[in-house]
Ligand binder design. Structure first.
Ligand code: C5P
Length: 221
């Protein structure tokens, strides 16, 4: 049996981008590589957790001992997360879920013609906010990728989505979405901690230690 600060804890993690179809060949997506989410999954596993990793399309190998569920769209990721909610003690939303999807998916490939073209978009479900609002509720951790006022925006999200903890990272300056390195500001109600620039694998291990500590406190251990 696994030992470690998250021994016996059932962790569900989302990772990567989502891909929202426009027509049979085109999609709306983002630059998330999935590296941070996969590193968090590996670190949670190493901390003794039973990990399910629900991921959008990425080019990464599955960490050893981790159950992987592949999805494509925000709607599919939403369904996969809800299906596991009853068996999730700790939810970590690392995925860069598309906030909008095309309102209509065209049945046939869109033909080129007009000089300009408008695409009507519609909101996708906020998976993390929904998990956090659910009762009974797992311990909820979010990520916030920001380009400015990182800590302020992250604290606002912590409150808005009623999270237990949020990890904020600055996107740009060689940090963030498509690169190996990151730097995180980790915030919770009544505290915060800065994880200095480093490889995502190392940051993930520190983050999991912090999460495990807050999780134990929340459970009254
Ligand atoms: O509000 P914002 O999208 O910046 O919040 C980011 C956090 O919310 C991340 O943890 C992300 O995984 C999660 N999220 C989600 N579903 C969405 C949008 C964001 O789970 N539709």
């Amino acid at each position: 049996l696994a030992a470690g600060p998250l021994a016996g804890c059932r962790v569900t993690i989302t990772a990567g981008p989502t891909r929202e179809p426009i027509d049979p060949v085109r999609v709306l997506s983002n630059r998330s590589s999935g590296r941070m989410g996969f590193a968090v999954a590996e670190a949670a596993r190493a901390a003794g957790a039973r990990v399910t990793l629900i991921t959008g399309p990425v080019a990464l190998p599955t960490p050893a001992g981790v159950e992987r569920v592949d999805v494509e769209t925000a709607a599919e990721m939403h369904a996969a997360v809800l299906a596991r909610l009853a068996s999730t003690d700790l939810f970590i939303g690392v995925a860069a879920v598309a906030d909008y999807r095309p309102a209509e998916v065209m049945v046939h490939k869109l033909k080129k013609g007009a000089e300009t073209l408008e695409l009507r978009l519609t909101r996708t479900p906020d998976i993390l906010a929904e998990v956090s609002a659910h009762r009974p509720r797992p311990f909820c951790v979010g990520f916030a990728a920001e380009t400015e006022s990182v800590v302020e925006h992250a604290r606002a999200k912590l409150v808005a989505k009623q999270l237990d903890l949020i990890a904020a990272n600055r996107v740009g300056d060689g940090l963030g979405l498509e690169v190996e390195d990151n730097a995180l500001d980790v915030l919770w109600d009544g505290g915060q901690c800065r994880l200095e620039r480093g490889p995502k694998t190392e940051l993930a291990r520190h983050l999991i230690q912090l999460i495990a500590k807050r999780y134990a406190l929340a459970r009254g251990a």
